[in-house]
Write a protein that binds this ligand. Structure first.
Ligand code: PGA
Length: 212
């Protein structure tokens, strides 16, 4: 199985035309999944698409989208528990667990993000955050918060320790994320990660193509 490359565009790019241009340069590959802002889904053509988040039900929940909606649009992947959701939008492990359950019901492929902040104990953070894991979750992405968007990627030997801890607790693919770029991504595959979750570097097409 080829390593998974999952692109998290976050709240980028800032216009429909830029998103169209970016999509036009991404070749369809089985192991590549693009998670754009949801309003750009229609531009995705035949690439594999994922959502960066979703709520746990349809109904009177202004501004939210549900697993059923994703399913109906053939958006097969969903990222849950990203540290930006946890930190800026105060998502708790309880809420993330509800989302995991609801997405599993719709057979969505869940990428559950976990990771410690600087100074936090890795094992106790993993213990708490992996409480949201359920059988059927597609992948866990280990993303140390201090490595996200900082250009200071976690050394692969360090990340390998987290990989081993995660593999001991759960049975699914494990990805690394946090300042992954066209030069360092191979280091994570070498130590045993099943793929990478890429933020900033997925918006720079030259850089991203190095991984593809
Ligand atoms: P980054 O983001 O690659 O820009 O560090 C990764 C992520 O947040 O998933």
């Amino acid at each position: 199985m080829k390593p998974l490359i999952i692109a998290n565009w976050k709240s980028n790019p800032d216009s429909f035309s830029k998103a169209k241009e970016l999509f036009s340069q991404i070749p369809k590959k089985e192991n590549v999944i693009i998670c754009p802002p949801n309003i750009y889904f229609s531009l995705g053509g035949n690439v594999n698409l994922g959502s960066q988040n979703c709520f746990f039900q349809s109904g009177a929940f202004t501004g939210e989208i549900s697993p059923e909606m994703l399913k109906s649009l053939k958006i097969n992947y969903v990222i849950l528990g990203h540290s930006e959701r946890r930190n800026y939008f105060e998502e708790t492990n309880e809420l993330i667990s509800k989302k995991v359950k609801a997405c599993l019901k719709e057979n969505l492929k869940i990428i559950l993000c976990v990771g410690e902040k600087k100074g936090e104990s890795l094992s106790s953070v993993l213990k708490k955050q992996l409480s949201s894991f359920q059988k059927g979750v597609f992948a866990v992405a280990y993303e140390p918060v201090w490595a996200i968007g900082t250009g200071q990627a976690c050394k692969s030997e360090e990340a390998e320790k987290a990989l081993k801890l995660i593999k001991k607790k759960v049975n699914c693919k494990v990805l690394y994320g946090g300042s992954v770029n066209g030069s360092n991504f191979k280091d994570y595959l070498k130590v045993g990660f099943d793929g990478v979750l890429v933020g900033g570097a997925s918006l720079k097409i030259k850089e991203f193509k190095k991984m593809l």
